[in-house]
Design a binder for this molecule. Structure first.
Ligand SMILES: *Cc1c(COP(=O)(O)O)cnc(C)c1O
Length: 356
């Protein structure tokens, strides 16, 4: 149990009204959670303070060697005004897996959950309730030793900030166009691919820009060795429905284990569908498209939940998936997961956590 000190803001900001589109990641609430780590003392001084800038020395390690991790999850309000978190235990477990990989000290899962609940409660009034909106929660940790040498830091800051976000697709589910990248790679086995670390994102930017310039919204990464097998999209995992079966790349060490990915797999199996976690080559997809068995393609991630893919481009070929519309299964997964998140539908045990 953390003993969280609370300093309320004396200068609350106006809460965005219904006219505000809540563009993702642009608006932050009145408070933040912060806790320090000092080698020999552990995690100390948990506190909630007004949202404010940090003061750090230019030599602070995170600026130079990127020892940083983050998580992303959402809070919702149900019809009775209760606050719901979606599978926070999965994010907490993954956070500690990331921490282990990049030499950041782990956080007690109960303390992590308590911090999430407390900060969300303090800024509860910021949870938007219009369809498709939610409060995005961004926990993250930075290395804070003021030292220019390569080794794990002895001090860290764990912070949680909150951002009300609008519907990812204001007009409802919209198929996206995806670029299969065959020049740059995001991650390799043994690297950081399965950790949620900022370093993975900087590795992805060059290809992201390239894809955008060509009119595609996201990059689909191939494996870093053979450049043959599908891994995942920029910030989403990827699924295919091929000849009636659900297929998704197996977690191989370079793919981020998404909570939404796991939830889709579990739901499809509950619905009696066959789900294969295995290697999928880009060639297999193009063949399936040609013989008419590539029925649906969709991405999964906390931000968009389920994102139907309308086009896949590789080299000079642009593949239109099933007329570029929204697949029946993609829509069902979206409706079910968002239904559970909003407390309108009952999900499997433990998926919805009430914050009291
Ligand atoms: C966060 C993330 C995902 C999606 O994970 P969720 O837990 O479903 O939000 C997928 N790929 C990458 C690279 C990510 O960083």
């Amino acid at each position: 149990m953390l003993n969280i000190k609370i300093e309320q803001t004396t200068n609350p900001k106006p809460i965005p009204g219904a006219e505000n589109p809540l563009v993702f990641g642009t608006i932050f609430t009145d408070h933040m959670f912060i806790m320090d780590y000092v080698a020999g003392q552990g995690w100390i001084d948990p506190r909630i303070i007004p949202y404010q800038p940090l003061e750090l020395m230019p030599s602070t390690m995170v600026f130079h060697y990127g020892q940083e991790m983050f998580e992303g999850l959402k809070a919702y309000k149900n019809d009775e005004g209760k606050i719901l978190l979606f599978r926070p235990d999965r994010n907490i477990e993954r956070a500690n897996t990331t921490n282990e990989r990049i030499c950041i000290p782990t956080i007690e899962p109960e303390d992590f959950l308590q911090a999430l609940k407390e900060i969300v409660k303090i800024d509860e009034a910021w949870i938007p309730t219009r369809p498709g909106t939610s409060l995005y929660i961004r926990p993250f940790i930075i290395a804070t030793d003021a030292f220019l040498g390569v080794r794990p830091s002895n001090t860290y800051k764990f912070m949680i900030i909150l951002s009300p976000v609008g519907a990812y697709y204001p007009e409802g589910l919209n198929p996206v166009k995806i670029w299969i990248e065959d020049e740059y790679v995001r991650a390799v086995k043994g690297g950081l691919g399965e950790a949620k670390a900022g370093a993975n994102y900087v590795a992805s930017m060059k290809a992201q820009v390239k894809a955008h310039d060509a009119g595609y919204s996201q990059v689909l990464w191939l494996d870093g060795v053979e450049r043959k097998y599908i891994e995942e999209v920029g910030a989403m995992n990827i699924f295919f429905k091929i000849d009636g079966k659900v297929v998704t790349p197996a977690l191989n060490g370079s793919i981020l284990p998404g909570v939404t990915r796991q939830s889709c797999i579990e739901l499809c199996r509950l619905w009696g569908m066959e789900v294969e976690e295995r290697k999928v080559s880009a060639d297999e997809l193009f063949e399936a498209a040609q013989n008419g068995t590539l029925e649906e393609v969709w991405g999964t991630g906390t931000a968009a939940v389920v994102s139907p893919v309308g086009n896949l481009r590789k080299g000079d070929v642009d593949l239109k998936i099933a007329d570029g519309g929204i697949g029946v299964l993609s829509q069902r997964l979206y409706d079910t997961i968002t239904g559970i998140q909003l407390g309108k539908m009952e999900g499997p045990e433990g998926w919805s956590v009430i914050v009291e």
